[in-house]
Write a protein that binds this ligand. Structure first.
Ligand SMILES: [Cu+2]
Length: 185
């Protein structure tokens, strides 16, 4: 094989490997939707459950005003529901029309919340590679230092189990039980 051909082959193989290992960026929209007959709208991530691969990024897009994407992390004085070794990451408040991107490197199950809207049920689950870690346990603390109020119900909804997320690839807010989205007291 000539040097030119060998160089060409090497470039070709490098390009194929680059494409094969390309990291994907997934979009998660942050919504506020009025509900007929209810005084309070729904605040939610869409999809509310998402499967990605280690090294992939998620772009959190604020299609309505003032949301955050925040890890359930002990350093945030909340239930710890991200895999071991994950930093206590959080977006700033994302204004409408803007977005914030985070890259998920460590495999396992991540539960996230929105700072301003947690008590309305704005929480979501991301499985990175395969399920694992403390988010595999059901929520038992529904207090402000746990998974507050409706968000705890959302994360406990069977439709949002990490197995469902792995099988389906993503779970819509509208796949959840409507009873999970209203306060039980
Ligand atoms: Cu929000």
């Amino acid at each position: 094989m000539s040097t030119t051909a060998r160089t060409f082959l090497l470039l070709f193989v490098t390009a194929v490997l680059a494409i094969a290992s390309a990291q994907t960026t997934h979009d998660v929209m942050m919504h506020i939707t009025p509900v007929e007959g209810r005084p309070v709208p729904e605040f939610y991530f869409e999809p509310v459950g998402l499967l990605i691969q280690p090294g992939d990024s998620v772009r959190f897009v604020a299609v309505s005003p003032h949301h955050t994407a925040t890890a359930y992390h002990a350093e945030h004085i909340k239930s710890h529901r991200v895999p071991d070794g994950v930093e206590p990451f959080s977006s700033p408040i994302v204004p409408i029309g803007q977005d914030w991107t985070y890259t998920f490197d460590i495999p396992g199950t991540y539960d996230l919340w929105c700072g301003p809207h947690e008590h309305y049920g704005m929480a979501m689950r991301i499985v990175v590679g395969e399920p694992g870690g403390p988010a595999e346990e059901p929520v038992t603390n529904f207090g402000p230092d746990g998974v507050f109020a409706i968000s705890g119900q959302v994360l406990n909804d069977p439709a949002l189990s990490s197995l469902q997320i792995v099988v389906l690839g993503s779970v819509s807010w509208y796949d959840l039980d409507p009873a999970s989205k209203v306060a039980r007291d």
